[in-house]
Design a protein around this ligand. Sequence first.
Ligand code: ZN
Length: 255
Amino acid sequence: MVARTDLATDPGLQGELLQARPGTAFFARKLNELTDQELDSGSLLPGWTRRHVVAHVGYNARAIARLVEWAGTGVETPMYPSTGVRDHEINFGATMSPIALRNLFDHSAVHLSVEWRDLPDRDWANEVKTVQGRTVPASETVWMRTREVWIHAVDLNNGATFADVPAPVLERLLRDVTGSWKTRGTDTGLLIKVNGTELAGTDLTFGDSSAPDPTIITGPLPAVVEWATGRGTSGVTAACGTEMLSGIPAAPKWI
Ligand code: ZN
């Protein structure tokens, strides 16, 4: 029997699914605003046209759907055989006709949504492996996808900004990014302060809180996330003690 609604009954998970689907819809809207010809222009990602972004987002949905299938069947199906294969797939995808690219995005998004819908409660905790080799429960795939569609909608470079991304998504993203710096030890001497957020109502602080004389990056949540993900520096300031810095240092890499 085919389910008409999500089989997952966990309220937290249902909430996350509710966050992923508007992200997909938002990406679809930005993509639809682009003419076929405009797909040839540059994205915010170095060396990638918009075509590359669309191909990547489409293949990413397929890759994440493989993880959900793995969780449901117990048969190991990795996201990609290797990162080389993934990159090759993106480069190939970028050469497809505009209609084929748009279909890739649409069909892969629907397929993933169906895989999520039909995964029963008992299988969401089953472990799968990300392309970076992290072992995660299947439920993590929802966040993995959410993050992708929102960020890459901005990368399409036709008007979407981090201010369009819901605050809970931005905050979780910032935790991911700063957590990755911490794991790699690349946040030494760097303190990030987010001005009072909708969520917390107070300032949020990330990074190296033990540094005696840190470089402090400050701004509203969308601006800080834009900076932290390497997408721009508008709206953030940098200071050392009480001294404002004239240049904003680049954020450490996070992926
Ligand atoms: Zn991506």
